[in-house]
Design a protein around this ligand. Structure first.
Ligand code: SF4
Length: 368
C-alpha cells in the first residue's frame, strides 16, 4: 500500500488544501491504489467533521410527472417512457401528514421535491405556507427542490423558514448538453447563486454514470467546493428511473471511489450516498458510510430502495449513530414490527418491480 499517498490525501483535506488534478484522478482511476486505503483516508476526514453520525433524509415527491423539461435521467421528463404514477401537487394536509411520518421514522431532514421547470408565484406562496407549518410542528430540517428559481422567490422561501434549497448540478458543464436541452448548466448555477444570495444553505450534487469523464467529475467536485455547497448528494444513475439512458462505467468500487473523491474535495459537506446506493454499490453499500455521512431512507423519487429496517440495521451494525430525535434501537424495533405487515422489497433490474407504487409515493393515504 502507498501509505504516504493515503496520508497525504487526509492531511491535505483536513488542512483545507484542494487536491490537485493528478491526485484527484488517482483517487478515481489508479488501479495500483487499494480501495481500503482510499476509504480510510476519506473516513478520517468524515470522522473529523461529522464523527460517526449518519443523517437520514426522507424524500417527499410532492408532485410527480408532467414535466415539460427533457432531462434524460428523469422518469418525469416529457419524453420519458417510464411508467410512473403521476399526480398534481399533493394537498397541504397530505404533505403535512407525510412530514409527521418522516419525523416518526427518524428523519433528520424532510425534502419536498416538485417536478417541473420552476415554481410560479402561487406555488411559492403554497411552499412558504407549508414550510412555516412544518417548522412550527416538528423539529425537522426542511429542504425543498423546486426547480429553477430567482433571487426574489428564494428570499420568500428563506423568510418562511426554509433551511436548504436543493438543485443538483448533476454533471459537468461539458456534459450538460448531452443530458438536457431545455435548460442549461448556467441556469442551474444561477439558481444556486439565488439560493445563496437569499441566505439559504445549498444542496447540490450529481448523478454519476451519465457519460461524464473522470476529469469532469473532478471539475464538478471543485465547482461544488467553490459554491460552498453544505450538502452534496451523490446519486448513481438508476436505469429504471432514466428510461432510455443507461448507466455507464459504474462498478461498486468506482462508486466508492467517487464518494471518496467528493469527501476529500469537500471535507465539511454533508455527503449523501443517495439514489443508486443499493443498485450500484450492492454488497458494498455499507462501505459508502465511510466517506458519506448521510443517506436516504425509503427510496428515491420514483424508485424503491432497500427497506427501512435493512437501512437502519446497516447503520447500527456498522457502528454508526443516527442523527435524530428518535433512538436508533427504537426505530429498528418499530420497523421490525412493521415489516411483518409490509412487503419485502427485492431490488431487481426489473423496471416494474423497482418503480414505486402509488401507496409508497403517498404514504399518508394509507392511514385514511
Ligand atoms: S429533473 Fe426536474 S426539470 Fe428535469 S425532467 Fe425531471 S422533474 Fe423535470
Amino acid at each position: 500500500m502507498d501509505f504516504a499517498f493515503y496520508q497525504q490525501l487526509t492531511e491535505d483535506a483536513l488542512a483545507g488544501r484542494l487536491l490537485d488534478d493528478e491526485m484527484a484522478l488517482r483517487v478515481l482511476c489508479d488501479e495500483e491504489l487499494d480501495l481500503i486505503g482510499l476509504l480510510h483516508a476519506a473516513y478520517a476526514v468524515r470522522k473529523a467533521h461529522h464523527g460517526n453520525k449518519v443523517q437520514v433524509h426522507i424524500l417527499n415527491n410532492a408532485q410527480n410527472g408532467r414535466c415539460p423539461e427533457d432531462c434524460a435521467y428523469c422518469a418525469q421528463a416529457r419524453d420519458s417512457d417510464v411508467d410512473i404514477t403521476d399526480y398534481p401537487l399533493k394537498s397541504e394536509q397530505e404533505i403535512l401528514d407525510e412530514a409527521r411520518i418522516a419525523y416518526e421514522s427518524g428523519a433528520f431532514r424532510y425534502c419536498m421535491v416538485f417536478a417541473g421547470r420552476g415554481p410560479n408565484d402561487q406555488r411559492i406562496a403554497t411552499l412558504a405556507r407549508l414550510i412555516q407549518r412544518i417548522k412550527a410542528t416538528w423539529p425537522l430540517e426542511v429542504c425543498v427542490s423546486p426547480g429553477l428559481l430567482d433571487a426574489d422567490k428564494a428570499r420568500v422561501l428563506a423568510e418562511a423558514g426554509l433551511d436548504r434549497l436543493n438543485h443538483n448540478l448533476n454533471t459537468s458543464r461539458a456534459n450538460y448538453p448531452h443530458i438536457c436541452t431545455t435548460h442549461t448548466y448556467d441556469d442551474r448555477l444561477q439558481t444556486l447563486q439565488a439560493a445563496r444570495s437569499a441566505g439559504l444553505q445549498v444542496c447540490s450534487g450529481l448523478i454519476a454514470g451519465m457519460g461524464e469523464t473522470p476529469q469532469e467529475l473532478v471539475e464538478l467536485a471543485r465547482t461544488l467546493r467553490e459554491l460552498g455547497a453544505e450538502s452534496i448528494p451523490v446519486n448513481f444513475l438508476l436505469p429504471f428511473e432514466a428510461g432510455k439512458m443507461q448507466p455507464r462505467n459504474l462498478s461498486p468500487r468506482y462508486c466508492l471511489r467517487i464518494l471518496c473523491l467528493f469527501r476529500l474535495m469537500n471535507p465539511r459537506a454533508e455527503l449523501r450516498c443517495a439514489a443508486g446506493r443499493e443498485f450500484h454499490l450492492r454488497s458494498m453499500q455499507v462501505m459508502g458510510l465511510y466517506p458519506a455521512n448521510s443517506l436516504f431512507l425509503e427510496g428515491y423519487l420514483n424508485s424503491r430502495g432497500s427497506n427501512r429496517l435493512d437501512t437502519l440495521r446497516m447503520i447500527r451494525e456498522a457502528g454508526f449513530e443516527i442523527e435524530s430525535d428518535q433512538p436508533l434501537d427504537e426505530l429498528i424495533d418499530q420497523a421490525d414490527q412493521a415489516q411483518g405487515s409490509s412487503e419485502q422489497i427485492e431490488l431487481t433490474v426489473n423496471r416494474r418491480a423497482a418503480i414505486k407504487s402509488k401507496q409508497e409515493l403517498r404514504p399518508a393515504l394509507r392511514e385514511q
